[in-house]
Design a protein around this ligand. Structure first.
Ligand code: T3D
Length: 258
């Protein structure tokens, strides 16, 4: 059984975390396969949006703890440096929308991989746990970067230190995620969002993502300069011409992602 299932449909690169017996926790092989799937999504023009979900009852329970303590497994530093950090960098570097469809529990690195995605939609049965503190670790996979920016310093500190499990509904009300939906509607809601994004002006969305990334470190003046540069690029795309022509001709635009 492949630990990562990957297929392209409806112009969406669909990545399914697939070790359901261990709640899709990551071992080395799965982390490297995930990196490969993300590279494919970045480089293949047929992919115009990415969808990440889990098989079975969980989204992802983070690091496979059997592997973490095995004397034959990779060292902890290498796990962070070679498994998780590249996954987070790749999610943020792909200039295409990445949607997480969180189908069940998302714990440890599994929670933070979801939070690194552009849009997170969770089933009402899902939950989020910054599980690291319970085993003496720190929140990796970008957790200390994204979580305080999403929900504020106090809430993030409490969740990271206490390791409380919070429901998808609480996560939505904390602004940690975009939306929660009934579990049996996750595919319709979350996958449909990725599919919709894949039919939109891909270059414009990619440039929007670049600007959001840059806004995390820029001051206003630098951000205005970056917007000027990206708007100039967006204005040179075929999709911009199509969008304006379709508006003036009172018809539905057909975007090609170019
Ligand atoms: O080296 C490093 O560790 C550095 C990297 C760190 C990154 C991290 O992600 S650290 C955080 C690691 N993750 C965790 O600490 C979460 C561990 N899992 C849990 O706390 C619970 O499983 C959940 C709260 C996620 C779900 O609980 P529950 O009751 O729904 O399920 P369960 O019964 O605990 O788990 C079901 C099976 O999955 C079970 O196996 P079994 O008994 O059926 O054979 C369990 O052992 C297995 N499983 C769940 N999580 C992991 C796991 N096996 C290996 N690693 C896991 N992380």
């Amino acid at each position: 059984m492949e630990s990562i299932q990957f297929e392209i449909k409806d112009s969406v690169g669909c990545i399914t975390l697939n070790r359901p017996d261990v709640l899709n926790s990551f071992n080395k092989q799965m982390a490297l396969a995930m990196q490969g799937a993300l590279d494919e999504c970045k480089l293949n023009d047929a992919v115009r949006a990415v969808y990440i979900t889990g098989s079975g009852r969980a989204f992802c329970a983070g690091q496979d703890l059997e592997e973490a303590i095995s004397t034959e497994g990779p060292e902890l530093q290498r796990i962070v440096r070679e498994h998780y950090n590249p996954i987070i960098r790749k999610i943020r570097d792909i200039e295409k929308p990445v949607v997480a469809g969180v189908n069940g529990v998302a714990a440890g690195a599994g929670a933070n991989i979801a939070l690194a995605c552009d849009i997170v939609i969770a089933a009402d049965a899902a939950s989020f746990i910054q599980a690291f503190s319970k085993i003496g670790l720190i929140p990796d996979s970008g957790g200390t970067y994204f979580l305080p920016r999403l929900i504020g310093w106090q809430k993030a500190t409490a969740l990271m230190m206490l390791g409380d499990k919070i429901s998808a509904t609480e996560a939505e009300s904390l602004n940690m995620i975009y939306k929660v939906c009934p579990a049996d509607e996750l595919q319709e809601t979350a996958y449909a969002t990725a599919k919709k994004l894949a039919s939109m002006p891909t270059k414009g969305l990619g440039l929007t993502k670049r600007l959001l990334n840059e806004s995390l470190v820029n001051d206003l003046s630098a951000q205005l300069d970056a917007e000027e540069e990206c708007q100039t690029q967006a204005g040179q795309t075929e999709d911009y011409a199509e969008g304006v022509n379709a508006f003036l001709e009172k018809r539905k635009p057909v975007f090609k992602g170019k």
